[in-house]
Design a binder for this molecule. Sequence first.
Ligand SMILES: [Cu+2]
Length: 270
Amino acid sequence: MNKFILIILSAIFTTSALANQPKEWQLGFQNPASSGMRDIVNFHNNLLLPIIIAISVFFLFLMLYACVRFRASANPNPSKRTHNVTVEILWTLIPCLILIVMAVPSFKILYKQDTIPKADLTIKAVGYQWYWGYEYPDENIIFDSYMVEEKDLRADQPRLLAVDNEVVVPVNKVVKVLITANDVLHAWALPSFGVKRDAVPGRINETWFKAEKEGTYYGQCSELCGIKHAFMPITVKVVSEEDYQEWLSEARVKFAKEEIENDKLKLASK
Ligand SMILES: [Cu+2]
């Protein structure tokens, strides 16, 4: 019986883990997996959407009303009025107020995202034409991350989103991401974390996220960077602290940046 419950639970958890990628016929955002993205989704769903819908409905009503009420057949002698001070003040002031109402929470979210809390680990993402290179500067780890070709996809890997070497980070830890590029502009973007930063050659941009759920998260390069712009996806695997330590110990060997010999650093021959 316990086994049965376990199977059902694991089935539920697999589906929730798979929910971090775009779905067919999806209209809204991907499920948020960080507080930053939750803020963005709330801002969009609870403030922007109602305002946009209200404005659209109001103006649809105004247009229909004008079409019927002021139609030519009912108004053989149309009014020649061109100014109305009250109306002009209103239709300037009200949109200004609406913009202020939207700007205040918007700036709050922007500033919150811009302030990087004390990081538990730092990763560096480097955009290349056309793949991403990653470094864990504190762990002496470096590797490249290429998209998996369609013919090589495993059953659980989504097309155009899966990569050969994923970024692995622990759950509930502040991850600081340093982003740069080696050739042209790219952008490191992960919708579930609400993260999107330009990768600029010769300059390092910073962002951060704290993933709240384990799972595999997919993103894409979001700055048109050339012919294979669509084929340099980003995959981040969020795992438990123990799994992360296990991955680290393997990665330190597999992806060693520099070989340590006689206490001195030497370029690894790989
Ligand atoms: Cu790119």
